[in-house]
Write a protein that binds this ligand. Structure first.
Ligand SMILES: [Fe+2]
Ligand SMILES: [Fe+2]
Length: 475
């Protein structure tokens, strides 16, 4: 079960050839997917041979095989983690019952919505990142970008498989619509706002893969608990791919910091103007980018009080992060949780039923996890002997969803007036000047072993290759 059949037109480990109708439907979707990839995938990359990893089995050890591949020939397919014999539902109203191998009629609409919303983010990020290859800071980074892109494409396959297999005609229509929406397009945008923002430069890309792909991790972890077993098994395998995306983000930002600190020490200055003149990104600018990506990403968890979140949990569709490791009753009736609220223009804590606060619970778990990496970035700054600390902004800063969306809050968590906001926003969020400066650094560096001036080389290459390995052959 865990090994993957690569002789089929669509690689899979779900015995696709035994379900002719499904196989035919997916084989009809496949050329549409490829034409979407050609239109919206990495700009100008069709002929490159890229050192990519491809899944060969879903075993935790050694699922990946590395080799140079042309991206349009990447073997996108359907890979599920192996079934767990006798798996039981372990939270919500159906606790203790057998996990579902099919979609219960009464939950069909909600499950479809969950799968479509997740599925929509996958091609969206490929679209957001499609021009970045033109300004890669090195071959190593270019390869990582492309790896992330092909895997987001595969995540789309993962969701489209579920839609086709379990949702009949509706599912097939949703599968088409996933190829039709476009990130940032006004008449047919992607579903979630963070996926309509631009990823115009590599600093944004690293911040995105650190913060926003981590939202993906938390959503997938919650879905990996689902009572709908095929969804749980699909998302478990997606998580193994997701880990690399967050690594790209964390190590990318870390290398930017490392290079900046090096130049700060060489020039003995923390003056942003001097550092910019030396072609590196000053730490306050990094903090503003961090503030932007953090705040936009935590909006993705949805409203702090949500009856949908309660329904998704109680009906067993979506669990909590690490549901299985928690020691409560896994039903949460009568329990409460504190969420932030606005009263008379001030932030106050308010107890609400836990079930209705599950978006907030997941957001808080996310925040804890993302702060870990910020602390690792701070160690790079500390090691360089520089007295500067990066910080996650307050949860209420720059929010556009939920009860916090109506007020202005500083990164420290102080409610501020519109006037104060306007006077300080240039210190808190990237300005047009910041963005112009960062994009002025983006020149294409793809010579062997060469790295752009604004970023340090990685400590180690991919798959134990050296940093100056030929990760991309341009032909
Ligand atoms: Fe993904
Ligand atoms: Fe990802």
């Amino acid at each position: 079960m865990s090994s993957i059949n690569y002789t089929d037109k669509i690689p899979n480990n779900v015995n696709l050839s035994e379900d002719r109708t499904l196989q035919r439907a997916l084989e009809q979707w496949q050329p549409n997917y490829l034409s979407w990839w050609n239109d919206m995938g990495p700009d100008g990359s069709q002929d490159f041979d890229v050192y990519l990893r491809t899944a060969v089995s879903v075993d935790p050890q050694g699922w990946a095989q590395f080799g140079h591949v042309k991206m349009p020939d990447y073997r996108w397919g359907i890979f599920l983690n192996p079934a767990e014999q006798g798996r039981k539902i372990h939270f919500g109203d159906h606790l203790g019952e057998d996990a579902w191998q099919d979609v219960p009629g009464e939950y069909r609409a909600n499950l479809r919505r969950i799968i479509v919303t997740q599925g929509d983010t996958e091609p969206a990020s490929v679209e957001q990142q499609r021009h970045l290859g033109l300004t890669a800071p090195s071959q190593y980074d270019l390869r990582n970008l492309f790896q992330v892109n092909v895997e987001e494409g595969r995540h789309l396959w993962a969701m489209v498989y579920l839609l086709h297999k379990f949702f009949g005609r509706d599912g097939r229509e949703e599968g088409e619509a996933l190829l039709e929406r476009r990130s940032g397009q006004t008449d047919n945008p992607r579903i979630l706002q963070a996926f309509n923002e631009q990823t115009p430069d590599w600093l944004s890309f690293f911040m995105f893969t650190y913060f926003t792909d981590r939202d993906g991790k938390f959503q997938l972890c919650a879905l990996a608990e689902s009572a709908f077993d095929p969804l749980a098994r699909t998302t478990k395998f997606m998580l193994t791919e997701e880990a690399h995306h967050m690594f790209v983000g964390e190590s990318g930002v870390s290398r930017v910091i490392q290079r900046t600190c090096q130049v700060m020490n060489e020039l003995k200055t923390d003056d942003p103007a001097k550092l910019r003149a030396a072609g590196v990104i000053d730490l306050p600018t990094l903090q503003r980018y961090l503030n932007f990506h953090f705040s936009v990403t935590i909006d993705l968890f949805g409203a702090d009080e949500s009856s949908n979140a309660a329904t998704f949990y109680s009906t067993g569709l979506k669990g909590r992060y690490e549901e299985g490791k928690r020691t409560d009753d896994h039903q949460l009736r009568g329990q409460s949780y504190r969420v932030l609220n606005v009263q008379n223009g001030q932030l106050v804590e308010k107890e609400v039923p836990m079930l209705n606060a599950l978006n907030e619970v997941l957001r808080d778990d996310y925040i804890k996890d993302s702060i870990g990496g910020i602390e690792r970035w701070n160690r790079v700054i500390e090691k360089a002997g520089i007295p500067f600390r990066l910080k996650a902004p307050h949860k209420a800063f720059h929010r556009n969803i939920g009860s916090l969306s109506g007020i202005k809050v500083s990164p420290e968590g102080r409610v501020v007036s519109e006037g104060e906001w306007a006077a300080h926003v240039d210190q808190w969020l990237p300005t047009a000047t910041d963005r112009v400066f960062v994009s002025s650094l983006m020149g294409r560096v793809v010579d062997f072993g060469k790295f752009a001036n604004w970023i340090a080389p990685p400590a180690m290459g991919i798959n134990r290759q050296p940093a100056n390995f030929e990760y991309v052959r341009f032909n």
